[in-house]
Each structure stands twice: as C-alpha cells, then as structure tokens.
Write a protein that binds this ligand. Structure first.
Ligand code: ARG
Length: 748
C-alpha cells in the first residue's frame, strides 16, 4: 500500500513539475546530494553533487564568496579575480571617487596589479564546510524549561561547538537557526581581509536605466564590478599589506562565451539575505496595509530631500550617491511588494494553507493538542502590533536611519559616557591605591581612555567624509515634520513635545547652530579637549537628546512586545513543523538567512504584464529571455542621468565591434532571464550552466514577482542576469583591459 501511494505521488510530482516548471527553493549545499541532484541532472546538469559541494575536494562552492556579508562574488581566475555586481561595488567605487577622479561617472580600470585599490573593511568569505548540529542543540534545549535558560544554554553550546570546530585553525564559524528553530547548522568559514578594486564600468553602463528600470524586465544593465582577493605570502588570510599576493583559489569558474538558449539548465550559488516564505496571512496583511506604504512614504521625503542638494553640487552628488541608491532600491522594492502581494493574491494563498493546516491537525487529538494554538498566537501578535507598526517604522526610517547624525550622536555620546565613567572609576581606585600600584592603574586608565578617544576619532572621520550640512539639516526638518504629522502623539519621541509650535525647520536650525555632533570642526575641538583630559558632558545636547529618544523607542518597543513575540515565534515553529508533517512528500527549504544556497532551473522567458509593457521605451526583450544592444541604444536619452550612454559604447555599437562576444546572429546580448529563486544578497551571484561554467551574473528580479520574498511566483518569478559575454565585451572592447580576459579560463 505504502509503495503504491508513493509511486502515485512520484508520478503526480513529475507531472506537476513538468507542467508548472516551478523552480522554487534556496537549497542548502550539503543536502543537494540527498534532495536535489537527481532532479538537477534530469534538467541538464552534467556534474555530480560532489563536484558542487565537497568537504574534501575542490568543488564549485570554493569559487563562491560572501562579499562583506551583503552580496555574493565568484572567483573567475587562478589569481583570485572576483566578479560581482556594480551595485555591490558601488560603495567602494564611491569611496575612491572625487570631483576630479569621478570613478562612478567615468569607471575605473587597474591596468596593472599595482593600480588595484585596497578597499578598507571589505572582506571575502569562503565556506569551508557546513555541519548539521540540530540533534545536539535540540537535545540540550529540551533539558531547559524557561526561555531564559534555553537562551543561555544555546549561547554556551554554540560557543562550545564553534570552538571545537575551529580550534587550531584560522577559520571562523557561526551557527544559525533554520525553520524557526526546528533545525540548526554550523558554517565554518575562511575570511580574507584584503580585497582590492580592479575594474568598474561607468554608471552609465553599470547602473544603466537607474531607478526607473530597477526591479524590472526588460533590462539593459552592465551591473558588474571586478575585485581581487589577496592573501598573505603563505596563502592564508592577512590584513592589507603591499606584500600580500593574489589569492590562489581552490577553484575558479571557467567562463563560457558560447551563449545560452531557452530551456538550458542554469543554477545560482550565493548568499541570499532573507526571505519570509512562511509568513502568515495576518503578517502579509499587515505588510500590505501598514509596513510597505509607510516605508515608501518616509523614503519619498528622504529621497527628494537628498536629491535637491545632490542636483546642486557634484560634490554632494558623489557623497550621497551610495546612500541614495540604497534608499531608492528598497523604496521601489516596497512599492512593488505591496502592489504584487495584492495582484498575486498572496493573502488568499496563505489563508488556504492555514485552513489546510487546521483541517490536518483537527483530524487527530494529539495533533490538535499540539498545534491548535499556533495560528492564534501568530494572529495575536499582528493584532497587537497593528497599532504600533506605523510608529515603529517611523522610528527606524525617519529616526534611527533618518538623518545621519542620529546613530553617530548616539554612539559618540556613549563613548563620551564611557570615558567619563572610566576616568571616575579609575581615579577613585588610584586615590586609594598604594604608591606602587598607582603607576599601573594610571597606565591602565590612560590606555582605556585613549582607545575610546581613538574610536571616536575614527568614527568622526568616516562619518563626516560623506556629509553635507545643508542636506542633513533639511533631512532633520523634513523627516521629523512628516513624523510629527503622520504618527499618533502617544508614539512621538519625547523631544517632539519641546519643539516650539512643532516648527522643525527652526528646530533643525538651532541644532545645527550649537551641537558638536553635526559639525566636524566642533567635534575635532571636542576631541582635543578630551585628549587634554577635560571632562565633557553632552547629555543635554539637542542632537544627543533626540538620538537617545529614538534609540530608546527602538529598544523599548522590542521589550514591549517580547511576550507576544515569543509566543508568535513558537507559533511559527509549530506551524512549520506541522505543514512539513502534513506534506511528507514535499522537500522543504528554509528561509534565506545569509547562508550559502543553491537554486536551479532554466533559462526562461515569461509573460510580461501589460502594465510593464505599457511603460517600456523599447520592445527589446519583451517576448523573449534576453535583451540586446539594439534595445540598449533605443532606450538612450542623451543628458538624462539614468539613460545616457558613453560615446565609446555607441561607437562600438555603430561598428558592431563585438569581437568574440557576439551571438551567432551577430548581435550582442546584454541581459537574460532564468527562473532561479534568488533574493537580495544573491546580488553578484554566478549563473552556472550544466557543465559548471559561468554564463552570467545575477543582479535583479522582475516587477511581476516583487512579492517573491514572501511567496515564490511559479509562473512569473525570474532572475535577471548580465550575460557574461556583455561583461567580457565591456572589459575587453570598451575598457581595453584585455589582460583581465587573459587571466580567465574562457570556453569558446
Ligand atoms: N534591485 C537590485 C537588487 O536589489 C539592485 C539594483 C541596483 N540598481 C539600481 N538602479 N539601484 O539587487
């Protein structure tokens, strides 16, 4: 009987997968062999599971990088050359840009290794291996009864397991929770700290289409940047040094310039940041009604305020370009998410699953006892937070991450506090100490204080590097004014009550008049005083007071909902445990959480929505899976910031000088589509063919599936990637950096 049932299931599964071509799933590399490899091979993969993920031999995973924890990169030469997105390198490119050397505008190409630029703070992390530690952890947690004891046990056990796994090596490790605490995995990593900028196209290539085209197909963006990973002379990670050498990687991806066609196997390995695929119908409703529109509302004002000054001065434009791009990226994301959650009827689908779950557990008394409160506890949480979610979003968007001074003033004031406390405590000790002990205590005091002052000095320098006073003052006035008018009085920060006539323009003027935290010169003076041993108390400063208010609200709201949140989390854990038992034939994959994942599928077009069709200025790419130079040229708007093109690129187009990068039809392809399942953090990920060769770099998703982080859209969800041939064309033909092509293993 059992056999027949499973045979029946197997047939119906094959059937659905043929029909729907669903390629949902961000799979954990260590389980590919068990869960996915057969399916992958049937779809065109020529590799074994061991060639993708192996602990003992070099495998594809050894070419995959978590770039600074926010993006993905891949190694494409035996000299540590790394490919990622332009929008992932944006911050680095911006850091090196000035009005005279504007690399954002003009691009940057190191013609020799000595010209490559170390990016302070940027890291490249490889996965060494992963381990299932679920059994140890769940067993230990089962012995604890209170939430507090469980948390303490989890912390100590994690530290113990990590220590055991990394002892005697230069590796680091972390353990993360999966399926809301139903499973735990440990990731052992190797992190390189010397990463250098090698090449970046101008924004007019790397960000072509700007925010207008962002999150949309058809697309014509050369969204790529090159870095190089350096190691110490022994091949191990080392801090930046001129003596460091290019990394000799365990594996690098060969680059396939033969081109892709519809239906070809395609997989993506990378570091997706976060998804919420198990979000309940109540959670989705709150997101649609409250959270998404609020983020958009605040960011509208934030963006317009920055833009006004950026348009006036090139210097300000460079300073704020990265913050602006990041803000705009998720401003548009939330518009799309809100819209598509409705269009794609995600609430209905979630509700359906919840009904199914209820039906399932009600069929058995044991199940009923275990699961009957799960959904209720989840719903209670959203009912409770419904009244606060808008206020909380304002605290974050207009406060904590609003004007730049907020976090800076809060942190700086904490350092000042720490200095005063250290001095006071140590001076008390010193006055009571014996003569011999005094010198030692004084040295200790001075060391601690000097370290704190150095920290303040460093953060001050980097804070004011990208800082325009007028822009900041306007952000204070505009964002706080919006906050005041849009949020219930009970949810205002305390200092709002002291703002006369709620005139935030005046408030901003006054703050900028006197606070040291909004002017570098004043801060430097303050630091000199500290160094001279002066006692400094800025707790009554306007900037500090408002910053403290915002942060206090942020922390207290977490505390206020702690109990409901705890129940909600347990509700989700049970809900997921239940739906997995309810559908034993289905392979489940966990939410993205910045750990390495693999998604596979194929090169595939889709039906672009009428709404998007009505918006495009070029039909190129509408009915197929790729775009070309023809469409790119058609879209040009000379002089427009988003759609202008470099003259050199137009020249190459006129001459059709595409070299070995043209497709069989003589055209140059720019971007293409696959039905892989990715999200933010996957940016820069390699798109890999059935032979393990690189065919593209993933950089975005499409408008019709903006709800995809909450619920995968089988029919329309697509990944947008730069065709590797366009990337190589820009490096080779446009920039003349053919020495970089020579490093690669090119499959022709
Ligand atoms: N939407 C892309 C992502 O989040 C980022 C694209 C950057 N381009 C832009 N115009 N801001 O991965």
């Amino acid at each position: 009987m059992k056999k027949i049932v499973s045979l029946f299931l197997a047939i119906s599964l094959v059937f659905t997968s043929l029909n729907v071509k669903a390629d949902e799933g961000m799979w954990l590399p260590m389980f590919i062999k068990r869960l996915n490899i057969k399916d992958m091979q049937s779809k065109g993969l020529k590799l074994t599971a061991e060639e993708i993920y192996s602990v003992n031999n070099s495998s594809l995973k050894d070419a995959i990088i978590s770039l600074g924890g926010f993006c993905t990169g891949e190694i494409i030469s035996d000299q540590g050359l790394m490919l990622t997105n332009h929008h992932c390198g944006y911050d680095a490119i911006q850091q090196f840009s000035t009005v005279t050397n504007n690399y954002l505008r003009d691009g940057f190409w190191a013609m020799t290794k000595s010209e490559e630029k170390n990016v302070p703070g940027l890291t490249a992390t490889f996965l060494v291996r992963m381990e299932d530690v679920t059994a140890e952890i769940l067993e230990a947690l089962a012995e604890q009864s209170s939430k507090k004891d469980k948390a303490a046990k989890l912390k100590s056990l994690k530290a113990e397991l990590i220590k055991k796994a990394t002892e005697g090596t230069h590796y680091t490790a972390y353990i993360k929770e999966f399926f809301f605490g139903n499973e735990y995995y440990m990731f052992i990593n190797e992190t390189f700290e010397d990463v250098r900028l090698v090449g970046a196209p101008p924004e007019s290539v790397g960000k072509y289409g700007g925010d207008t085209d962002n999150w949309m197909w058809p697309r014509h963006t050369g969204d790529f940047t090159l870095f190089r990973v350096y190691s110490g002379e022994d091949g191990k990670p080392a801090k930046y040094s001129a003596e460091n050498i290019p990394l000799k990687p365990k594996h690098h991806l060969p680059v396939n310039i033969k081109g892709v066609k519809e239906g070809d196997f395609a997989m993506i390995m990378g570091y997706p940041g976060s998804t919420d695929r198990y979000l309940s119908s109540f959670g989705v409703q709150q997101l649609i009604d409250k959270k998404a529109p609020t983020v958009v509302e605040v960011r509208d004002v934030k963006l317009a305020t920055m833009k006004a000054q950026m348009d006036k001065k090139e210097k300000v434009d460079i300073m704020y370009s990265s913050k602006y791009a990041q803000t705009a990226n998720y401003w548009k994301y939330y518009q799309g998410q809100g819209e598509q959650l409705k269009t794609n009827k995600v609430v209905d689908r979630k509700t359906q699953l919840e009904r199914q779950f209820e039906e399932w557990y009600s069929k058995s008394p044991e199940r009923e006892a275990k699961y009957q409160n799960a959904l209720k506890d989840i719903r209670d949480y959203y009912d409770l937070t419904d009244k606060y979610i808008i206020g909380n979003t304002y605290v974050m968007e207009a406060g904590v991450r609003g004007p730049n001074y907020v976090l800076y003033a809060w942190r700086s004031n904490r350092i000042l506090d720490a200095i005063s406390k250290t001095r006071k405590k140590m001076n008390d000790l010193i006055s009571d100490a014996s003569e011999e002990e005094k010198a030692k205590l004084i040295a200790e005091r001075d060391k601690t204080v000097n370290n704190l002052i150095a920290a303040l000095e460093n953060s001050t320098k980097s804070h004011f590097k990208n800082y325009d006073k007028t822009t900041e003052k306007n952000l204070v006035a505009n964002l706080f004014d919006l906050y005041y008018n849009k949020v219930d009085k009970e949810q205002h920060p305390a200092f709002f009550a002291d703002v006369k006539k709620a005139n935030f323009k005046r408030y901003a003027r006054k703050m900028f008049w006197c606070s040291p935290f909004v002017k570098e010169k004043r801060m430097n003076k303050l630091i000199s005083k500290l160094k001279a041993g002066k006692e400094i108390d800025e707790s009554e400063d306007k900037a500090v007071k408002s910053a403290n208010d915002f942060l206090a609200m942020y922390f207290s709201s977490a505390a206020k909902f702690a109990e409901a949140e705890e129940k909600m989390e347990e509700g989700y854990r049970l809900f997921i445990e239940g739906i997995r038992l309810m559908q034993p034939e289905k392979s489940f994959y966990p939410n993205a959480n910045s750990t390495q994942r693999l998604t596979y599928g194929q090169v595939l077009s889709y039906g672009v929505s009428d709404k998007v069709k009505a918006m495009v200025r070029s039909k190129d790419g509408l009915d197929t899976y790729y775009t070309t130079m023809e469409g790119l040229i058609e879209k040009e708007i000379p002089g427009d910031q988003e759609f202008s093109l470099p003259a050199r690129l137009k020249e190459l187009y006129e001459k059709k000088d595409y070299g070995q990068y043209a497709d069989a039809d003589g055209k140059l392809r720019v971007n293409f589509l696959t039905n892989n399942d990715i999200t933010g953090g996957n940016s820069g990920s390699p798109v890999i063919d059935g032979n393990g060769y690189l065919i593209g770099t993933a950089f975005d998703g499409n408008w019709e599936a903006m709800s995809g982080d909450i619920s995968f859209e089988n029919k329309v969800q697509r990944t947008i990637s730069v065709d590797i041939r366009y990337t190589l064309f820009i490096i080779d033909k446009y920039a003349g950096a053919s020495h970089l092509i020579d490093e690669m293993t090119v499959i022709k």
